[in-house]
Design a protein around this ligand. Structure first.
Ligand code: IPM
Ligand code: MG
Length: 368
C-alpha cells in the first residue's frame, strides 16, 4: 500500500513558521504511530509570484489535484498590495478552491476551556461553545460574472455578481445536514432572502433538500445580519450554520473571535470524492499571513496544527488520531502555555511558535 500523500503550501507571512510546527506533528505520526505521509512542499501566494510571476504555478495546481490532501499556511502581505488583481497572492488560493471544486468549507468555532476568559464576550456566553460554520466556497459573489471595473459615461463602476445555481446550493446544504447528523442534528441556514433573489433561491433549495432527504434534522432559517447579531448575543443556540461564500467569510471571522483568538481555528475545504473515495481536500487555518508579526517566531501554530488534525479526520479516517492532536492542544493550554495572541489579563507562560509546537509534540508523547 502506498503512503497517503500531502502537499504542503506554507505560503507567505507567518505561513512558513506555523507550517514548520505542523511538520513536527507529521513527523511524530511517522516515527511514533507508524502513520507515514509522503510530503511534498511547494509555493503559493506572494512567494510563488516572486519565484514564477504567478501566485500559483500550473505544476503546483496539478500536484494539488493529484495528492490526497493539501495543507496550506497563509497567503498575502503588504508587499503585494499594489499588484494587478489577477496575480495577487489571494488569487492562488482562490484558484485552488475553484479548480479543486472545494465547495464545502468547514470552519469550526470551538472555545477551549482554558481560553474562555480570553474572549471579548462574557465567559458564560462562550464557555463550551462548539459550532460549525459550513461556508459555500466555490461560487457566489467571489466568482460570479460579470465582474470588473468598467467605465460608464464619465465615471467608473465596480461590478461583482452574486450567482448561485440550485445544484451549488443543494450540495453544500447536504454537507451541512450530513455534519449535523454527526453533531447535535441542527442546521441554521443564513442568507438575505429579504433583499436578494439568490437568497430566496438559497432558502427554498435548502428547505427542499431538507424535506426530501434530511427531515430528521432540525432546520431553521435566519437573515445573515440577524445571524451576526445572534452569534454575538447567544452563540450556543447554534450547531451547524450553512451560508454562502461572502456571508460565510464574514460570519466565520466573527465566530472565530468568539473563541478568543483567530490563531486557534482550523478549516477544511472539501469537494467531491476522488477515485479512492477520499474527498478532494484542502486544510488551512482561518487566520491570515499576519505580516506584522511574520518572521519573529511569535505566531500561534495551533490553528495550522488543528487543520492537520482535521485532515486526519476528514481525509484519512483517523478520527481517533485527530482527537489525540486536539487533546494535546488542550493539554498545553491547560498547562498555561500562551503565544502572544493568547496573552490576556489572566496571564500564562509566554512561549514562541517553536516552543508551542514542541510542547504539543511532548503532549502527544505523553498520550501514548
Ligand atoms: C478566508 C480569507 C480569504 C477569503 C482571502 C484570503 C481570499 O479571508 O479564507 O476567509 O476571502 O475567502
Ligand atoms: Mg476570511
Amino acid at each position: 500500500m502506498t503512503n497517503p500523500s500531502l502537499l504542503i503550501l506554507p505560503g507567505d507571512g507567518i505561513g512558513p513558521e506555523v507550517m514548520a510546527e505542523v511538520r513536527k506533528i507529521i513527523d511524530w505520526f511517522g516515527t511514533r504511530r507508524g502513520i507515514v505521509f509522503d510530503v511534498t512542499e511547494d509555493l503559493v501566494g506572494g512567494c510563488a509570484y516572486d519565484a514564477h510571476g504567478t501566485p500559483l504555478h500550473d505544476d503546483t495546481m496539478a500536484r494539488a489535484q493529484a495528492v490526497d490532501a493539501v495543507l496550506l499556511g497563509a497567503v498575502g502581505g503588504p508587499k503585494y498590495d499594489d499588484l494587478p488583481f489577477a496575480v495577487k497572492p489571494e488569487r492562488g488560493l482562490l484558484r485552488l478552491r475553484k479548480e479543486m471544486d472545494l465547495y464545502a468549507n468547514l470552519r469550526p468555532a470551538q472555545c477551549f476551556d482554558a481560553l474562555a476568559d480570553f474572549s471579548s464576550l462574557k465567559k458564560d456566553v462562550v464557555a463550551g461553545l462548539d459550532i460549525m460554520i459550513v461556508r459555500e466556497l466555490t461560487s457566489g459573489v467571489y466568482f460570479g460574472e460579470p465582474r470588473g471595473i468598467f467605465t460608464e459615461g464619465n465615471e467608473r463602476v465596480g461590478i461583482n455578481t452574486q450567482r448561485y445555481t440550485e445544484s451549488e446550493i443543494a450540495r453544500v446544504a447536504r454537507s451541512a445536514f450530513e455534519l449535523a447528523r454527526r453533531r447535535s442534528n441542527r442546521v441554521c441556514s443564513m442568507e438575505k432572502a429579504n433583499v436578494m433573489e439568490s437568497g430566496v433561491l438559497w432558502r427554498q433549495v435548502v428547505q427542499e433538500v431538507h424535506d426530501k432527504e434530511y427531515p430528521d434534522v432540525a432546520l431553521s432559517h435566519m437573515y445573515a445580519d440577524a445571524g451576526a447579531m445572534q452569534l454575538t448575543r447567544w452563540p450556543k443556540q447554534f450547531d451547524v450554520i450553512v451560508t454562502d461564500n461572502l456571508f460565510g467569510d464574514l460570519l466565520s471571522d466573527l465566530a472565530a473571535m468568539l473563541t478568543g483568538s483567530l490563531g486557534m481555528l482550523p478549516s477544511a475545504s472539501l469537494g467531491a470524492p476522488m477515485a479512492n473515495g477520499r474527498p478532494k481536500a484542502l486544510y488551512e487555518p482561518v487566520h491570515g499571513s499576519a505580516p506584522d508579526i511574520a518572521g519573529q517566531g511569535k505566531a500561534n501554530p495551533i490553528a495550522c496544527i488543528l487543520s492537520f488534525a482535521m485532515a486526519l479526520r476528514y481525509s484519512f479516517d483517523l478520527g481517533d488520531e485527530a482527537a489525540r492532536v486536539e487533546r494535546a492542544v488542550e493539554t498545553v493550554l491547560a498547562q498555561g502555555l500562551r503565544t502572544a495572541d493568547l496573552m490576556g489579563p489572566a496571564g500564562g507562560t509566554p512561549v514562541g511558535t517553536a516552543a508551542m509546537g514542541d510542547a504539543i509534540v511532548a503532549a502527544l508523547d505523553a498520550s501514548l
